[in-house]
Design a protein around this ligand. Structure first.
Ligand code: GLA
Length: 376
């Protein structure tokens, strides 16, 4: 068993474009952040239990090994879900202490939960002699969230956390799981994340509902065309079929198809250095998430509106699941300070909440860390 401490890190992610496409078999374009979750694992004094500590949450857990598969409705469900994935595959876990610390804002759509899952998965894999590939670990972390936590998420967040690469975004086809690291040649621009700091309630149930509306749309369309997922349709194919859909189901499906087109065009634009088109596609993406997918909120829309008309801004959109959380803005580096001051000020005046701003630093994916580089 593990005598000495070992240290691991898993990043959060910012999704640059392509939200609510992953579970529709579409494209996404996230990048791993330098912020994330740190984990130290060491042997615990009782071989028949595990201890879980988080510096971000006062709730500590000492759990007997036969009770590790019971949900606690707390942050510890993320590691417990991953432990269950390992146990189910013949790698039971006991006698360990897990000590977490995160520097991501929690529940702010930057994948704090996926980073806890991924750091746990990569740590358990290392402690067991690495029986699983990174893709398998990503899939196990996603299953943990789907089956144990009960959030029916797609694969994007865990994938971005696992496969992040410094100064690159990840063009991922969520249908085939083919991916490419695309260098972010920033040309004097920055991605700035703005956290609404709005408390998000009932995100999981609203998210699961959107997902089931897309499934309903797919089942109806499958009576008229042979597709396995919504994102296999082009916008013009969808337009021809849209008469079979109505109401919210029509709007949700239209978002998925159009957003997939936005991602495809945005990746092409970025590769030819056309940041202005990339920014316009970000704006179009936000409008679709607001009007068709209806996952924005007044706070996100206010930040988007302020940003999109701000000098030096090429584009802005909400990022992640929505209902609160963050926007991401593509902006000239020399405008960042005045942007933060002015948009932050206007936001505070409007909502009486302070937004937080972060200039995105794009880093590497989940990994073990040497003692010296580990910041605990
Ligand atoms: C959450 C989910 C992802 C993805 C996004 C929306 O972050 O975990 O799988 O669906 O929402 O794009």
């Amino acid at each position: 068993m593990q005598k000495t401490e070992r240290h691991f890190f898993a990043p959060g992610r910012v999704n640059l474009i392509g939200d609510h496409t992953d579970y529709n078999g579409g494209l996404v374009f996230p990048a791993a952040l330098n912020m994330g979750t740190y984990l130290t694992v060491k042997q615990h004094d009782d071989a028949d239990s595990c201890r879980f500590i988080s510096e971000n949450d006062p709730a500590e857990f000492l759990i007997r090994k036969e009770e590790l598969s019971q949900k606690r409705n707390s942050w510890v469900d993320y590691p417990l879900g991953v432990i269950k994935e390992f146990t189910d595959r013949g790698f039971p876990v006991s006698g360990l202490q897990f000590h977490y610390r995160g520097d991501l804002p929690i529940g702010a759509a930057l994948s704090s939960s996926a980073s806890i899952e991924m750091v746990t998965a990569v740590a358990l894999n290392a402690l067991n002699g690495s029986p699983f590939t990174m893709l398998e670990l990503v899939q196990m972390a996603q299953h943990a969230e789907n089956d144990f936590v009960g959030m029916n998420c797609g694969i994007m967040d865990q994938f971005a956390s696992g496969f992040g690469k410094k100064n690159c975004a990840i063009a991922l086809d969520c249908n085939t799981l083919e991916y490419e690291h695309v260098p972010l040649e920033m040309q004097g621009l920055k991605f700035v994340i703005a956290n609404t700091n709005k408390k998000r309630g009932l995100v999981d149930s609203a998210y699961n509902q959107r997902r089931s509306e897309c499934q309903q749309a797919l089942e109806i369309l499958q009576q008229h065309t042979s597709v396995e997922n919504l994102c296999q349709l082009t916008v013009s194919q969808f337009d021809e079929l849209s008469e079979y859909l109505t109401g919210d189901v029509l709007k949700r499906a239209r978002h998925a198809v159009c957003e997939n087109g936005h991602v495809r065009e945005a990746i092409t634009a970025l590769k030819r250095g056309d940041m202005s088109s990339f920014g316009q596609l970000m704006n179009a993406s936000h409008a679709s998430l607001r009007d068709d997918y209806e996952v924005t909120c007044p706070e996100l829309d206010f930040l988007a509106e302020q940003a999109q008309q701000f000098p030096g801004v090429l584009g802005n959109r909400m990022t992640g699941a929505g209902f609160g959380g963050c926007t991401v803005t593509l902006i000239a580096e020399n405008q960042v300070d005045v942007f933060v001051e002015n948009v932050g000020g206007a936001y505070e005046q409007q909502f009486n909440i302070c937004a937080d701003f972060y200039v995105a630093e794009i880093g590497e994916g989940t990994r073990e860390m040497k003692n010296a580089e580990f910041r605990m």
